[in-house]
Design a protein. Structure first.
Length: 205
């Protein structure tokens, strides 16, 4: 489990095909270079991956075809930067919200509005996820715990507002129109929405 508080960015060192999967090697940022054991979970751009070999300086992960298909990891290249979060530990401060690293889908950047003090992203999401993205609700974008600004349900566009510290620690400052970002909806929000829909459907029936 993760908190959605990205610790920094790591560099993709190599991507090696291995049948229906790839071996992804990433240099973790200094702040995330505590000892790591095979089997440990690491959040890479919001995707929970299992450390299989190497060290924090050259951490290797196996990524299966389904993950490559459903997330942005399939488009990574050596030299790319990715958001990194090590798994939460008991006793750690929980500054974001509970994040599983199980990506719900991807969203595309449709507008970027920048001021001296913040950056606002307008993002288009798949229609099936729209019920779970609510104004002032939680979600994880690229592994980062964020609060939804406004939603425009007709065309599936919503906004998030990013402060300079978030831009400094993540890859968001380099985003361009058309870029894709991994989205994980809040599990509690999804459970509540699904439950209410089932109850309402049963009453109608």
């Amino acid at each position: 489990m993760f908190t959605g508080i990205v610790q920094g960015t790591g560099e993709v060192l190599s991507i090696t095909p291995d049948g229906a999967r790839v071996r992804l090697v990433v240099a973790l940022p200094e702040i995330a270079r505590r000892p790591i054991q095979p089997g440990a979970s690491v959040g890479i751009d919001g995707v929970c991956l299992t450390f299989v070999a190497g060290s924090p300086a050259e951490a290797a992960f196996d990524v299966i075809d389904e993950t490559l298909r459903l997330t942005t990891l399939g488009g990574l290249k050596p030299g790319d930067s990715v958001n990194i979060e090590r798994a939460a530990r008991y006793g750690d401060e929980i500054g974001g919200h509970t994040v599983s690293g199980h990506v719900s889908g991807t969203v595309s950047v449709v507008r970027i509005d920048e001021t001296d003090t913040s950056l606002t992203l307008a993002l288009r999401m798949p229609g099936k996820l729209a019920p779970y993205v609510l104004p002032k609700g939680f979600l994880s974008l690229g592994g980062c715990s964020l609060t939804v600004g406004e939603t425009i349900t007709d065309d599936g566009v919503f906004t998030v507002h990013l402060i300079p510290e978030t831009l400094r620690l993540t890859t968001f400052g380099a985003l361009k129109i058309g870029d894709e970002i991994n989205l994980e909806v809040d599990a509690m929000t999804q459970a509540i929405v699904d439950t209410v829909e089932r109850v309402m459907a049963a009453r109608v029936a």
